[in-house]
Design a binder for this molecule. Sequence first.
Ligand code: FES
Length: 107
Amino acid sequence: MSWIGVCDAEQVQEDFPYSGKIEGKEIGIYLVDGEFYALEDVCPHAYALLSQGFVEDGKVECPLHEAVFDVKTGQCLHGPGGRNLNRYPVRVFENQIQITFIEETVA
Ligand code: FES
């Protein structure tokens, strides 16, 4: 499994996810309850970056049409999201957030 550096841990805050393009994919990095999570960042409904949406209580709301996703699982909770989000394994190595592109999806 190869890990790819995304950002420093300090660049991710509970209410301000980090958004970055990693190897051509838009990725959002979230901090919830002291743990980091990585999700695909483009909403599956249309084109909006979820990391620019409203984040509260472990959920992110799409800024365009308000689909809501669970940050920990990627599950679409309600709204027009259409499907769950791909998640990516995250680790912190020497204060750097790293991900790998093995997708974890909710059944
Ligand atoms: S683009 Fe996200 S809900 Fe429509």
